[in-house]
Design a protein around this ligand. Structure first.
Ligand code: SAM
Length: 335
């Protein structure tokens, strides 16, 4: 499809992927993501579902081909299926290639059939351990059984599930081989993520940080990993695991950033557009959205923002830098 004014940033990168955090609220409190006692946004600051639909539609008209709903936990936003149903018209028209989710899986058993019916073909489920006690400890509030039931329901509905696990030193690093065998045995890819210094949490990130270069070297003692050019439109670099026949992805913002091929921007539930996950610069789209019924003001604000998309991020985790690189939590922009 040709667009009159495709979104191209100052470094020549075409923006075709929008990630939308539809709520900052979550039913888990993962220890590396949030503090236990979080202050959430007042409801009046949130974009309504209609406003979210309008903004997403403007982005699609400007060339977005892949839309990911995330959060907080996207499936705890009230009436979220109304938005999904509305957005699915862009899949039917062919304007949108993919509508997908990143979810903690807790509500999937309820929504899987309807998501499939709306054209959701693939989702990412975040899961850091297969041990029920450890799961409860890392999420503070979560129950593994519910997530497992959610994964079952999604697969039964024909949705392809990819697992995302944040690699945490001393927590799940020894468990990754088992998770890999389990995921691949069920036909799911597994992607490992390095923990990023975003937002104040209760603990110290230096203690949790596990470079994936080290993880890969450890896995290579048990498995034969072959680099493959497989891409899903995201930042993961994949290997094929000879012993299981499945794929393993690495998302390495700390040890190797992937900014040169960045094709995405991130919208929060208040209508703030972040042009980079690892930078503070942002643009307010809510004011121009609400200022007029036409879309010209918002469209201009988006163009202006894309013109400021930075070259990349520079996350640092070490003992000297014990402040988060960006002050907002991952739940604001959804990762
Ligand atoms: N609630 C949904 C979920 O659990 O997938 C979507 C939002 S959650 C913020 C998205 C992803 O970000 C999850 O996989 C989570 O583990 C990851 N995440 C959160 N904080 C992170 C951090 N500081 N570093 C790396 N990944 C993080």
């Amino acid at each position: 499809m040709q667009f009159a004014n495709p979104m191209i940033d100052p470094f020549g990168r075409t923006i075709s992927y929008l990630r939308v955090s539809v709520t900052d609220r979550c039913d888990f409190r993962c220890v590396y993501c949030m503090a236990e006692d979080m202050a959430f946004l007042p409801k009046k600051d949130l974009l309504t579902l209609e406003e979210l639909d309008r903004l997403c539609t403007i982005f699609i008209e400007k060339g977005v081909r892949k839309l990911r709903l995330t959060g907080g936990e996207p499936l705890v936003r009230k009436n979220i299926m109304h938005l999904v149903r509305e957005l699915s018209r862009h899949l039917k028209s062919g304007a949108l290639e993919e509508l997908t989710f990143t979810t903690n899986g807790s509500q999937l058993a309820r929504f899987a059939d309807e998501l499939a019916d709306c054209g959701v073909r693939r989702i990412n489920v975040s899961l850091d351990t297969l041990d029920a006690d450890k799961f409860h400890a890392i999420t503070r509030w979560g129950h593994l059984g519910k997530v497992m039931a959610g994964i079952d329901a999604a697969q039964a509905a024909g949705i392809k599930v990819k697992l995302n696990a944040v690699a945490l030193k001393g927590f799940n690093d020894q468990e990754i081989p088992d998770m890999l065998r389990w995921a691949h045995g069920r036909g799911m890819d597994l992607t490992l993520i390095e923990t990023m210094p975003m937002g104040e949490i209760d603990g110290d990130r230096t203690d949790q940080y596990m470079p994936l270069s080290l993880m890969r070297a450890e896995l290579e003692r048990d498995f034969t990993l072959k680099d493959i050019p497989y891409k899903t439109g995201g930042p993961a670099r994949y290997v094929e695991v000879a012993e299981t026949g499945g794929r393993l992805g690495f998302i390495t913002p700390m040890t190797h950033n992937f900014c040169e091929s960045c094709n995405r921007v991130r919208l929060t539930c208040t209508g703030t557009l972040y042009m980079c996950l690892g930078q503070e610069d942002a643009a307010d789209l809510r004011s121009p959205l609400r200022a007029s019924e036409g879309n010209e003001l918002v469209s201009n604000a988006i163009d202006e923002a894309i013109g400021r998309k930075p070259k990349g991020h520079d996350f640092v985790i070490d003992r000297r830098t014990n402040r988060p690189s960006v002050s907002r939590h991952m739940s604001v922009t959804g990762g």
